[in-house]
Design a protein around this ligand. Sequence first.
Ligand code: TYM
Length: 331
Amino acid sequence: MRIFSGIQPTGRKHLGNYIGAIRQYVAGQERGEALYCIVDLHAITVAYDPVELRERLLDTTAILLAAGLDPQRCVLFRQSDVAAHTELCWLLSSVTALGELSRMHQFRDKSSAQRELVSAGLLFYPVLQAADVLAYRAEEVPVGEDQREHLELMREIARRFNARFGETLVVPRHRIPEVGARIMDLQHPETKMSTTGTSEEGTVYVLDPPQAIEKKFRRAVTDSGTDIRRAPDKPGVSNLVEILAVARQRTPEEIEGELAGAGYGQLKSVAAEAVVGLLSPVRERYEQLRSDERALEQTLSEGARQARELAAPTLAEVRERMGVGGRHGPG
Ligand code: TYM
């Protein structure tokens, strides 16, 4: 089975990225042929600094390797190194409805947050994301809950292409984890943890040192009452229970059972301890890996070489089906 996922090189990776996505990427290496792409072309759809983008890309590469991605067992690459993504994006735009793009939640949120320019790239974002996956005919896409809508659109684009031009593309399915698909901000548990928008104190970064993690959990907002159980009116406690469950590899029900009768203070301190245990080894390996930029670049370029080979047959078939280009390929 082929697995594909993408991650942005922007900002600092947080516990939501780690729990919702990165740990699934690591598991994916055991379950199939896995490709993971750091999507710098998606990152340029909002205001950004070019020098910083390169740095953040290497940060993200080192975090993924530190978390357990193994270039011997997966293909790890930079999106802009494989031209098939942008070419397929354009080709797929002809079977994508403008109305669908303008209704996407992410487009609405991000475009209203832009002060200066709402780029056309922001509108096209989901088409590029569809191209990322469809170029490899991937069957499964591990993501967090916030990507559900983009995955639905991707499936629709693949189906529409196949209906119009004949069976060519694989319609992929998402893999959203049952627990931890939407980790919430510790200060504002009604909003998801994210690199933009939420609070710095409520966002636990993968590279935070243990004291910072402990402090953020100590100050986490809980709810009224004393019960440790998940409930719609207890977003703070529910979030901590889910985080703890994932960090300890237990079910949320087991955590609720274990902590029955304990106070919120104890819930916070055990959650902090478990998250420190989860992230510390990643931070330590990151420190070792990040300084060797040549090695990181080497890994990415080897990944891109493999990715180009895997995408080429799909692109050739799509061009052929659509009647663009010469009969015997480009040139
Ligand atoms: P990005 O970089 O914003 O997020 C990377 C992954 O982290 C997940 N995630 C979360 N999971 C749980 N709780 C949270 N609070 C949380 N915040 C983020 C996201 O769901 C995602 O899986 N558009 C994508 C990148 C992308 C992509 C792709 C993904 C580009 N092409 C192709 C899959 C397939 C994005 O911005 O992810």
